[in-house]
Design a protein around this ligand. Structure first.
Ligand code: NI
Length: 180
């Protein structure tokens, strides 16, 4: 479990914006000896995600080539529900697909409708190393698939046509140039 006051006191980690090479690399599995470091980093990732605000953040987005991500799709007016997914994988998915608008903290201000399996079952380890399974539909299903994609070096724009992807990437590059 992640304590809320630990997140509140953590310094938000900077979030990398595409095109950063690390966002395109497949991550390696988290090993038991990585966990001490992750206990410091993960609250800082939550702090960055809540500040953004966003509903998911994967390790490559903060420059780490390791297979883990965090999500929280709770209502912003209700209690938070932070979930840490260590070495997550989709172990089952529905044949039925659903389209949902997606964005990404590494592609700020860019949104597009992405078609993915409507529901998934994800297996992962929690912070205590215990194997967990999570069945998700709706927003959480989209979010989990989006974050697990990140761990393979895949961005949501990769699910779009080349034309649409290039358009978004050009627009992002232009907006980033104007910002700096
Ligand atoms: Ni993302």
């Amino acid at each position: 479990m992640i304590e809320h006051d630990v997140i509140a006191q953590a310094t938000p980690m900077p979030i990398l914006v595409a095109p950063q090479a690390v966002l395109r690399q497949k991550t390696r599995l988290v090993r038991p000896e990585d966990m001490d470091g992750l206990r410091t980093i993960i609250p800082r990732m939550f702090a960055a995600m809540y500040q953004a605000p966003g509903i998911g953040l994967a390790a490559p987005q903060v420059g780490l080539g390791m297979r883990f991500a965090i999500v929280d799709v709770s209502d912003k007016d209700g209690p938070r529900n932070p979930i840490v997914l260590i070495n997550p994988e989709v172990i089952a998915e529905t044949d039925s697909m659903a389209a949902r608008e997606e964005g990404c903290l590494s592609l700020p201000n860019q949104y597009a409708e992405v078609v993915r399996p409507e529901a998934v079952r994800v297996r992962y380890q929690d912070m205590e190393g215990k194997v967990q399974e999570l069945e998700a539909d709706d927003l959480l299903a989209t979010c989990l698939q989006h974050e697990i994609d990140h761990l393979e070096g895949i961005l949501f724009v990769d699910h779009l046509s080349t034309l649409k992807r290039n358009m978004i990437m050009r627009r992002l590059a232009k907006e980033q140039r104007q910002k700096h």
